[in-house]
Ligand binder design. Structure first.
Ligand code: FES
Length: 101
């Protein structure tokens, strides 16, 4: 299946929110932005905050612990520094969300 792994279904992630799924021991945060889905590593590189529980504004998620920000489309910090989290390709098949690790 092209390296993509079925993770969940679209209805389990409300618009404007994220959810965490553990896949092969990797915590993955999947976000829904107006029906488009994006996947990044769930663990904030600062002190391991759960990014899936962060506040999402546009494509920027704010870590719930100390407010570091990441673009869920790329994993990069919008501050322009070198801080980032891994991002993963997402594929939609019907109602299913698949991620390539
Ligand atoms: S753990 Fe995410 S900003 Fe501190």
């Amino acid at each position: 299946m092209d390296g993509f792994i079925e993770i969940t279904t679209k209805d389990r992630i409300p618009n404007g929110q994220g959810r965490m799924f553990e896949v092969k021991g990797i915590p993955i945060a999947i976000f829904n932005i107006d029906g488009e889905f994006y996947a990044i590593n769930n663990t904030c590189p600062h002190r391991a905050g759960n990014l899936s529980e962060g506040y999402l504004s546009g494509s920027i998620v704010t870590c719930p612990l100390h407010a570091w920000e990441f673009d869920v489309k790329s994993g990069n910090s919008p501050a322009g520094n070198n801080i980032k989290v891994a991002s993963y390709k997402v594929k939609i098949e019907g109602d299913k969300i698949l991620v390539s690790l």
